[in-house]
Design a binder for this molecule. Structure first.
Ligand code: ATP
Length: 373
């Protein structure tokens, strides 16, 4: 197994479009790292540069201690699993898995041993003689993974491998790939646009937007300490709520206000985000749906109008309108609300996030950086 390191890797396509700006991160030996972001953010381009399927315009790519910028894909000791499986339709499952080893002139007995080992791990023994068209989507995906496993590569690369599967199978294959990672202890880099997939599978996640790496962190740190409004809104479902407003100082304590929408939240003066706040500062308040609750009494919280409620059994998800924005709250299961109801929503000030209105950077993180720097 091996580490993968990117130093200031950049990709400019022939038409001049910069798909990946100077991108640097390190994948540890045996680590499962997920690249995630919306369509067009450059995650596939990054993976394809690691695979050697796209040239690197500048920067360094190292697998282990070897700089591989100019090394042919077949000599990089990596295996890639694609979204469309890329199986050979005229070959059986066995032949599909054996093919790469045959090309590399492995002895027959070694090929047989590796194919049977992978087949046992992936539960494909019963279908080894079948052609791909006789397999379910999940089985085809497993064959594609098997073809990678038999190579015993230093690094596994996955490009949206589950997006052709139905929702239930996707959840099941997610668990299977995680189990496989634990079993093989292999270095894996996995691309998806699905933040839930990223959160449930990754040891660490690289969040990308418009060709820039936004944040690299563990799933929980991304959730609890997003560096900016994009990461805060992208990670978590339902998404974080955002309210634009201004800081006021009342009796020496910072308060978030949006007078037009009737929002007045006394902030926690000891929080990292609160230090350095100034009166009149334009900010955006970020609140996770689970940190909103139904408030009772005319002065508690702020008023919103219920659009839709989703009774989930374990909780009720309430979608409500506040000013010209939509709020989502996760509240108690027996909340008896209907469309058009006026509700009051209360905020837990210890759990809110504040972002600079212009740069959208997290004020808590900016504060941490100032302290650390
Ligand atoms: P998706 O999930 O839609 O595949 P992505 O995050 O993987 O998105 P990339 O496929 O890496 O995005 O593409 C990043 C950007 O580069 C996109 O804006 C895309 O249009 C552009 N791009 C991709 N390939 C080329 C190319 N050959 N020439 C020019 N631009 C390209």
């Amino acid at each position: 197994m091996a580490t993968v390191r990117l130093h200031d890797v950049r990709k400019v396509y022939d038409n001049g479009f910069v798909a990946v700006h100077e991108s640097s991160f390190e994948v540890q030996d045996g680590e499962f790292v997920v690249l995630v972001g919306p369509s067009g953010c450059g995650k596939s381009t990054t993976l394809r540069m690691i695979a050697g399927l796209e040239d690197i315009s500048s920067g360094d790519l190292l697998i282990g201690d070897r700089r591989v910028n100019d090394v042919e894909p077949k000599d990089r000791d990596i295996a890639m699993v694609f979204q469309n499986y890329a199986l050979y339709p005229h070959m059986t499952v066995y032949e599909n898995m054996a093919f790469g080893l045959k090309l590399r002139k492995f002895p027959k007995t070694e090929i047989d041993q590796r194919v049977r080992q992978a087949s046992a791990i992936l539960g494909l023994d019963a279908v080894l003689d079948n052609k791909p068209k006789a397999l379910s989507g999940g089985q085809r995906q497993r064959v594609a993974v098997g073809r990678a496993i038999v190579r015993k590569p230093q690094v596994f690369l996955f490009d949206e491998p589950l997006s052709n599967l139905d929702a239930k199978l996707r959840v099941q294959m997610r668990t299977e790939i995680s189990k496989l990672h634990a079993q093989l202890k292999a270095t894996m880099i996995y691309v998806t646009h699905d933040q839930v997939e990223a959160m449930t599978m990754g040891d660490r996640i690289v969040v990308m937007l418009d060709g820039y790496v936004q944040q690299i962190d563990s799933p929980l740190n991304l959730y609890n300490k997003p560096v900016n409004q994009f990461v805060a809104g992208f990670i978590g479902s339902p998404s974080m709520n955002f309210i634009p407003g201004t800081i006021a100082m009342e009796n020496g304590a910072p308060v978030f206000t949006n007078a037009e929408w009737g929002v007045h939240v006394v902030l926690n003066a000891n929080s990292a985000y609160a230090r350095g706040l100034t009166s009149g500062q334009s900010v955006t308040l970020g609140i996770r749906p689970e940190h909103l609750s139904l408030a009772h009494g005319p002065d508690a919280g702020f008023a919103a109008t219920v659009d839709v409620t989703e009774p989930m059994g374990s909780e009720t998800v309430v979608y409500a309108t506040l000013g010209d924005t939509r709020m989502v709250a996760r509240v108690e299961p027996n909340a008896n609300l209907k469309t058009g109801d006026a509700v009051r929503l209360a905020v837990d000030p210890a759990e809110v996030h504040l972002f600079d209105a212009t740069s959208e950077a997290s004020l808590a993180m900016l504060h941490d950086e100032l302290v650390a720097g």
